[in-house]
Design a protein around this ligand. Structure first.
Ligand SMILES: [Zn+2]
Length: 381
């Protein structure tokens, strides 16, 4: 009988019990079957570096030239493959604001991909957003959340809708938070002009995520705090951060990571179709975007730089940047994987016996070297 166990020996393995040095990871099928200190087993392939849990991205619109809102399952799978080769082994698919009919159609396609195990869920980033903080969302389609609208979107998701971003200050906003949460959908506060008191009410109503904190919300001011301080420090909240050094300056990232603590941050890419692609013209939803030096912005009539329109980030790059900021690869692995997995109850975020064989190998600086998804090594990006 052939031995169907894969064995890898790494300099460090980040496990729930802490970092195990000079450790062997055993993989059987698509699960990790054991993690133990090296015992001299010559069958183990030497990897060097750090084995960390495969990355989780809960806010991403596409990549590699492919848009998760396209309604084209093959294109969506190709986008997921691009991000998987960049370390994201577990992903939501995020949808920007569109008409309810279009969103329902997009949800229908994505729900099949969730049912088939390609996606961990769907994230609706609109249409219940503030016209004061629209970011790259089509303003004429933004709307307040009525109960019938909420129910229609939940039904269209067929149980796969996991997260909705909304501005709680909209008419009916707090009721919508309660209605989504009662339907098993998490609510993220974002694209919002809410003040701190309104954010507190939204959290008490059940919201427990902050959508790309700092971006598309009232900025922090020492007398008018806005949403940022509470989203970072309330222990119920998973605070999304886009760690590309552009959406949030590195010094502010450093402050935010410290304020939110080891369990409070989930790194997201907010990547759009142009991630991994050359500079040039692209689209986000129905809006025209131009990518210059890897930075995506809406195209404006007069040619001035428009609102930031998602990112071209990969989780691998975010991991390396946060690793450089923190100097702590185990902490960075929590931000890039474990915290999101725990918050949303995903089969991800851990390297231990019985856990998924979704693994990233990074070097001492946090640079991605190899990715294993479901027990198979992927080709490098
Ligand atoms: Zn987004």
């Amino acid at each position: 009988m052939t031995d169907d166990v894969q064995r890898f020996r790494a300099a460090h393995v980040v496990t729930p019990a802490g970092v195990v040095d000079d450790a062997v990871v055993e993989v059987r099928g698509d699960r990790v079957s054991a993690v133990h200190p090296n015992n001299g087993d010559e069958r183990a392939e030497r990897l060097g570096g750090w084995v960390v849990p495969g990355f989780v991205d809960t806010h991403v619109h596409g990549g590699g030239g492919h848009d998760y809102a396209s309604g084209d399952a093959d294109a969506i799978l190709a986008g997921l493959d691009f991000h998987a080769r960049n370390g994201t082994t577990t992903s939501f698919a995020s949808l920007v604001t569109a008409s309810l009919d279009d969103l329902a159609a997009q949800l229908d396609v994505l729900a099949d991909l969730v049912d088939d195990g390609h996606l961990a869920g769907v994230h609706l980033e609109g249409p219940f957003l503030s016209v004061e903080q629209p970011g790259a969302h089509q303003q004429d389609l933004l709307r307040a959340p009525g109960p019938a609208t909420v129910d229609r979107l939940v039904e269209a998701g067929r149980g796969t809708l996991r997260l909705v971003t909304l501005a709680p200050e909209l008419p009916g906003g707090l009721d919508a938070v309660r209605r989504f949460v009662a339907s098993g959908v998490r609510v993220a506060v974002g694209h919002t002009a809410a003040d701190d008191a309104m954010v507190a009410r939204a959290l008490d109503a059940g919201a427990d995520v902050g959508t790309h904190v700092f971006n598309a919300m009232t900025p922090i001011h020492h007398r008018r705090p806005g949403p940022v301080p509470r989203l970072l420090t309330d222990p119920r909240v998973a605070a999304e951060l886009i760690a590309d050094g552009f959406h949030v300056a590195e010094e502010v990232l450093r402050m935010a990571l410290a304020a939110a603590g080891p369990d409070g941050v989930v790194l997201v890419t907010d990547a759009m179709v142009a991630a991994g692609m050359p500079d040039g013209p692209y689209r986000l939803g129905a809006l025209d975007v131009r990518v210059v030096d890897g930075q995506a912005r809406l195209l404006t009539d007069d040619g001035t730089p428009g609102s930031i329109a998602g990112s071209t980030l990969t989780t691998a790059r975010a991991f390396a940047l946060v690793a450089a900021i923190t100097g702590d690869l185990a902490a960075t692995a929590r931000f890039a994987s474990t915290n999101a997995a725990r918050h949303y109850g995903l089969d991800a975020g851990t390297v231990e016996a019985g856990g998924p064989a979704d693994l990233c190998l990074v070097d001492d600086r946090g640079t991605l070297q190899r990715v294993m998804r479901r027990g198979r090594w992927l080709e490098a990006a």
